[in-house]
Design a protein around this ligand. Structure first.
Ligand SMILES: [Zn+2]
Length: 76
């Protein structure tokens, strides 16, 4: 099954992440980190600060992956 992947647009500011993937969009959200983006993440039942701390203190991309999943769901 091949599902056409639409580029992911930031649900907050409408910006398209560089590669159009949800992971890049998550990276963009953490990188921007202004109130609008923080509020959106928190409104999804996540904690922006906790994810940011987790990303900074543990190896890997776990926080990006968690946020990317939520972004992908929000696209639908
Ligand atoms: Zn954005």
């Amino acid at each position: 099954m091949s599902e056409e992947k639409k580029p992911v647009i930031c649900p907050v500011c409408g910006k398209k992440a560089k590669t159009g993937t949800a992971i890049d969009c998550a990276r963009h959200m953490f990188g921007t980190g202004d109130k609008a983006h923080r509020d959106w993440v928190n409104a999804q039942g996540l904690s922006f600060i906790d994810l940011l701390i987790e990303q900074a203190t543990t190896p890997g991309n776990k926080s990006y992956e968690i946020l990317a999943e939520v972004i992908e769901k929000a696209q639908k």
